[in-house]
Ligand binder design. Structure first.
Ligand code: ZN
Length: 358
């Protein structure tokens, strides 16, 4: 998603703030939503039937949380292609469509662009607060505490991890180590591989980014399995690269299936921890924006397909908010709730989201 500046600049000419409403997409959405709802309901029944056999955490289990951003996958695509890992996660909790982009026409309106989306998730606020409107020339407003700063402030003994194909997530958006961002430090870091041209030399179509995604998933999953950080962020990027190159089509569908295979590494590590330890793992998988309805190559504006995202979550404590089209800013208070962290009023009063976990 963080494109070389020359590429980003060339795309400015293709800026599209508004796309025509695509009725074909809307009708398709109705069909696939029904299919997903039916599948999820069936899976929920299955889960309830076998709940006694599952390795559900027992009382007093240590809460742990992971959120995963798979870049730029529209909801209609994640619902149409085969994603067995997402299905497995949702079968324990739920799957829902969700929204990003903030309230249109109001101060919180936020471009459906990658870094603003990540920042909305990690701060629980829209861009008029976190001040990230694009992928470059970043000047985040650290007054709105991100989730990692919150956790380290409230529970200094907890360990935090980041496993990311874009190093700026840690060094810029979260402001790790910066005094103005609270000076907190990660305990587990795997990132910056996209800058390691010796290990990942540049390839046509930026295919080295797909390999970096694999390394992040593999190596991050190993950290989860062995070290079990209390809160972790996985960020995987290649779907957005393919989306910009090809738009909608078989190449994009394959990239989504590859993402699901990477996610399986992470999910397997979580499942192994749940089997072996008295830990209560929350896994939230989402995307940062949709794509335009005409070609699927672009995103930035506020058409329904660009604003529509999705969330898959394994929590068995999902509230009615989860079914009521939650927003990307809801993930922050949901993770805090799962971890049993009471958000100080000065922070809570500024949040634009509300928990979808009871
Ligand atoms: Zn993105």
């Amino acid at each position: 998603m963080k494109l070389p500046l020359k590429t980003v600049t060339s795309r400015i000419d293709q800026r599209r703030d508004c796309l025509p409403w695509d009725s074909r997409f809307i009708s398709l959405r109705g069909i696939v939503t029904m299919r997903i709802a039916r599948d999820v309901a069936f899976a929920a029944i299955l889960w309830m039937s076998f709940a006694g056999l599952c390795s559900a955490a027992t009382a007093g289990a240590t809460p742990k949380a992971i959120f995963v951003i798979l870049d730029g996958i529209p909801a209609d695509v994640i619902e149409r292609v085969s994603t067995p890992t997402i299905d497995a996660i949702a079968s324990q909790g739920g799957y829902t469509r969700a929204v990003t982009g903030g309230p249109v026409g109001q101060p919180g309106e936020t471009p459906t662009v990658s870094a603003p989306g990540y920042m909305s998730l990690v701060t629980g606020t829209w861009a008029n607060k976190h001040n990230v409107y694009d992928n470059y020339d970043l000047s985040p407003n650290y007054d709105y505490w991100n989730l990692f700063r919150l956790v380290k402030h409230e529970r200094p003994a907890l360990r935090i991890g980041i496993f990311s194909t874009w190093i700026d997530n840690r060094t810029v958006l979260l402001g790790e180590g910066k005094s103005e961002a609270g000076g907190f430090l990660f305990d587990h870091v795997i990132d910056g591989l996209e800058l390691d041209t010796a290990r990942f030399p540049t390839q046509p179509m930026d295919r080295q980014i797909a390999l970096v995604d694999w390394a992040i998933a593999d190596e991050g999953a190993a950290v989860i399995a062995q070290e079990a950080p209390d809160l972790s962020w996985f960020y995987l990027q290649y779907t957005d690269e393919i989306g910009h190159e090809y738009g909608d089509g078989p190449e994009f569908d394959q990239a989504v299936m590859d993402m699901d295979a990477r996610l399986e590494k992470i999910w397997a590590a979580v499942s192994a921890r749940q089997q072996a330890y008295n830990e209560d793992w929350l896994v939230v998988v989402t995307t940062d924006h949709g794509r335009d309805g005409e070609t699927g190559r672009e995103h930035e504006g506020h058409t329904e397909r660009e604003r529509t995202i999705w969330i898959a979550c394994n929590s068995q404590r999902l509230s009615s908010r989860f079914k009521d089209i939650p927003e990307i800013v809801d993930i922050y208070p949901s993770i805090a709730r799962h971890m049993g962290i009471t958000i100080p009023e000065a922070i809570a009063s500024q949040l634009d989201g509300r928990s979808f976990i009871d």
